[in-house]
Design a binder for this molecule. Structure first.
Ligand SMILES: Nc1nc2c(ncn2[C@@H]2O[C@H](COP(=O)(O)OP(=O)(O)OP(=O)(O)O)[C@@H](O)[C@H]2O)c(=O)[nH]1
Ligand SMILES: [Mg+2]
Length: 480
C-alpha cells in the first residue's frame, strides 16, 4: 500500500480530525450517528480521532465545503493557513458571477449563490479568526470529511490545511483495499480505488507514487496523462482478470445450484460472520471492526440437514457506499442473489439499526436482489433490556431474536431455517426393491428419511423431500 495512511499496528496512532456538514433535512440524531460511524471507519483505518467539528449550512461551500471562518478553525488543528487560494483563471458567467472553470464543472455553485450562507454558525465562526494554531503536539495529521468532496474541494482543502484530507468515500475505499484478501476481492477493490483516485490525480496530483497516496501532490502535467493511461490500462487488465474469476465462480455456483441456499446480508458489524460461524461451525473471520468480511464464503449448515442447506456470508453494507464499490461487489454478491432465502441480520443494539436495514435493502434493490423469501433477524439481543425486546416485538411482525453468543437462540434459528425449506417439501412413501438398493443410498443423501422398514422384497421409506428430487430419483432408478 502506497498511501501515507497508517497500519493498525502502529503504536503512535496518527491523529485525525473529523469534519461534518449538517445540511437541511438531516436531523441532529442522524447527523451525530453519521459522524460516530465515520469515527469508527477512521479508527478501522488505524487513526486516533481527536476531535469532531460540525457546521450547519444550507449547502456545501463550493470551494471548501465549510465556510471561511470554519476553515480557519480547522486550520488551528493542522497548522495550515486556513485560506483557500487559487491561481486558476477566473471566468465570467452569463449572470456575471466569477467562477473557476473547475468549480463550474462540479456544479456546486448556483448563480447568485452566497458562498457563506451559513446559518447561525457564521457569527460564531468569526470569533475563531483570532485563534492561534494549536501547539505542534496537539495537531492532527489527517482531516476527514463526512461529506463527499469534489476533486477541486480536495485540492483546495489540502492546500489550505497543509495536511492530508480524506472524505468518507476515500476512507471506505481505503479500508476495502486493505481488507481484500482473495484475488477476486483484490481486483474488484483495486478497480474501485483507481476509479476513485483517477479524477483526483488530475486535480491534486495524488497518485501511486512511492510514499504518495490519497492527497499526495506534485506530479507534472505529462505525468498526469501517463498516469491516466496507466490507470485505464490497469483497470482494463483487472476487468479481464475478474471476468476469468467470474467464469470460474459461475461454474462452482452451477455445481451448487441444486442445493438450498441461505444468504446472510446486512450492515457492516451486524454479526453476519458470527452467525455464519455459529450455524456452520466454521472458522470465518469475526472482528469488531467495519468491513471485516469482503468475500462471500459458502459453508454447509451444521448439524447437517437432508437435503443440505448452504449458508453464505457476504460483504457488509454501509451508508453512502460508493457506487463503484457497489458495482464491483456485484459479482461477490451474486452468490446472495441466487440464494432462495435472504436473511437480513441487524444489530438491534445499535440505535441506528432501522436506517441501516433500509440502506441494506436499498443497495440490494440496486443490484437486483428482490427476493420473495426474506427473514429479519434482530441480533445482539443480549445487549437489550426486556423492555426494549418487548417494544421490538410490537414494532416488527414476527422478528427472530438472536444472540450469536447464545447457543439456544442459534439452535432455534437453525430449526427455523430448516422448517422454512420443509414448507415446500412433500412427504411420500417410496418402495425400493433390493435389486435397486443404490437408490436407497441416494435417498439418504438427498432426502430426510422419517421412517425405514425392510420386508422380503425391499425397503419402504417414508421421506420428506422436494418434488424435483423425487422425480429425479424415480427416473434414475426406474422406481414406481
Ligand atoms: N454482544 C454481542 N456481540 C455480537 C453478537 N454477534 C456478533 N457480535 C460482535 O459484533 C462484532 C461484529 O461481528 P461480525 O460477525 O464480524 O460482523 P459482520 O456482520 O460479519 O461484519 P462485517 O464483516 O464487517 O460486515 C464482533 O465483535 C462480534 O463479536 C451478539 O449476538 N451479541
Ligand atoms: Mg463479516
Amino acid at each position: 500500500m502506497t498511501s501515507k495512511t497508517p497500519d493498525i499496528a502502529d503504536k503512535n496512532l496518527p491523529r485525525a480530525l473529523l469534519v461534518s456538514l449538517q445540511l437541511p433535512g438531516v436531523s441532529d440524531r442522524e447527523h451525530a450517528a453519521s459522524l460516530a460511524e465515520l469515527g469508527r471507519l477512521v479508527h478501522t483505518l488505524g487513526m486516533e480521532v481527536v476531535e469532531s467539528i460540525s457546521q450547519k449550512r444550507a449547502s456545501p461551500a463550493a470551494g471548501s465545503v465549510v465556510g471561511d471562518g470554519k476553515l480557519k478553525e480547522i486550520a488551528r488543528w493542522t497548522g495550515g493557513t486556513g485560506i483557500v487560494t487559487s491561481n486558476k483563471p477566473v471566468v465570467r458567467t452569463k449572470a456575471g458571477v466569477h467562477k473557476h472553470p473547475e468549480d463550474e464543472e462540479d456544479g456546486d455553485l448556483e448563480d447568485g449563490d452566497d458562498l457563506d450562507q451559513d446559518f447561525a454558525d457564521d457569527a460564531q465562526e468569526k470569533k475563531h479568526d483570532s485563534l492561534a494554531p494549536l501547539p505542534e503536539a496537539e495537531r492532527v495529521q489527517f482531516v476527514v470529511f463526512d461529506n463527499e468532496l469534489t476533486p477541486t474541494q480536495l485540492r483546495n482543502l489540502g492546500a489550505a490545511l497543509g495536511v492530508d484530507v480524506l472524505d468518507r468515500t476515500g476512507v471506505i475505499v481505503e479500508i476495502f483495499y486493505r481488507h481484500a484478501k482473495t484475488p477476486a476481492a483484490r481486483a474488484q477493490v483495486e478497480i474501485a480505488r483507481l476509479t476513485y483516485l483517477a479524477p483526483r490525480i488530475r486535480v491534486t496530483g495524488a497518485g501511486e507514487r512511492q510514499g504518495g497516496g490519497i492527497g499526495a501532490k506534485g506530479v507534472g502535467e505529462t505525468a498526469h496523462e501517463l498516469e491516466s493511461r496507466r490507470i485505464r490500462d490497469k483497470i482494463a487488465a483487472l476487468r479481464r482478470e475478474i471476468e476469468a474469476i467470474n467464469k470460474d465462480q459461475a461454474l462452482r455456483r452451477a455445481r451448487r445450484s441444486e442445493h438450498l441456499k441461505v444468504a446472510l446480508v446486512g450492515y457492516t458489524n451486524a454479526g453476519k460472520s458470527s452467525l455464519m460461524r455459529a450455524l456452520t461451525k466454521s472458522e470465518v473471520l469475526v472482528a469488531d471492526r467495519l468491513f471485516a468480511t469482503l468475500d462471500t464464503t459458502v459453508r454447509i449448515m451444521h448439524p447437517e440437514t437432508k437435503p443440505r442447506i448452504l449458508i453464505s456470508d457476504t460483504v457488509g453494507f454501509i451508508k453512502k457506499l460508493p457506487h463503484d464499490l457497489v458495482a464491483s461487489f456485484r459479482s461477490t454478491l451474486d452468490e446472495a442473489l441466487d440464494a432462495s432465502l435472504l436473511m437480513f441480520i441487524v444489530d438491534a443494539s445499535d440505535p441506528a439499526f432501522r436506517s441501516q436495514l433500509e440502506t441494506t435493502k436499498k443497495v440490494l434493490g440496486e443490484i437486483g436482489a428482490n427476493h420473495a423469501d426474506t427473514l429479519l433477524v434482530l441480533n445482539k439481543v443480549d445487549m437489550l433490556s426486556e423492555i426494549e425486546i418487548a417494544a421490538l416485538k410490537r414494532e416488527f411482525k414476527d422478528p427472530v431474536f438472536l444472540s450469536t453468543k447464545d447457543k439456544e437462540s442459534v439452535a432455534a434459528l437453525h430449526l427455523l431455517i430448516q422448517s422454512h425449506f420443509e414448507h415446500n417439501m412433500i412427504q411420500v412413501e417410496i418402495f425400493v426393491p433390493y435389486a435397486k438398493s443404490a437408490a436407497t443410498a441416494e435417498i439418504h443423501a438427498t432426502m430426510r428419511v422419517l421412517c425405514e422398514e425392510h420386508d422380503d422384497e425391499g425397503t419402504r421409506l417414508t421421506v420428506k423431500c422436494f418434488e424435483p428430487d423425487l422425480d429425479r430419483i424415480k427416473k434414475q432408478f426406474k422406481l414406481d
